[in-house]
Design a protein around this ligand. Structure first.
Ligand SMILES: [Zn+2]
Length: 105
């Protein structure tokens, strides 16, 4: 399922780069991205979320990768908004934080 959601996220953001997704316990966040290796790492807790929320987490990390920034800059939001209207993105982000009590990076 994760691979399918990643494919959907890549299509929505028109991401040409080959991106891999790994699941591994993370200490400080629920997800992170390696710019160098094009790898998104998810904490196992993410897999308990609803499908749309998981898709949002992947879109969020992919947007960092595409915008080449760790900041939530306008370039970052431009990428996210290819997949979700800003209001929906913020709703999903709040839901994810409430459920997992941790931020995404
Ligand atoms: Zn972020």
């Amino acid at each position: 399922m994760l691979e399918e959601l990643l494919e959907r996220a890549r299509e929505l953001l028109d991401c040409q780069r080959d991106v891999k997704v790994k699941v591994r316990p993370l200490k400080t966040s629920i997800a992170r991205v390696s710019f160098r290796y094009g790898t998104i790492t998810l904490d196992p807790s993410v897999l308990k979320l609803e499908e749309e929320e998981i898709l949002y987490v992947l879109v969020h990390e992919l947007a960092h990768l595409k915008a080449e920034t760790t900041y939530h800059s306008s370039a970052f939001w431009m990428e996210v908004e290819k997949a979700f209207p800003r209001e929906r993105a913020k709703e999903l982000e709040d839901n994810v934080m409430m459920k997992l009590h941790r931020k995404m990076v």
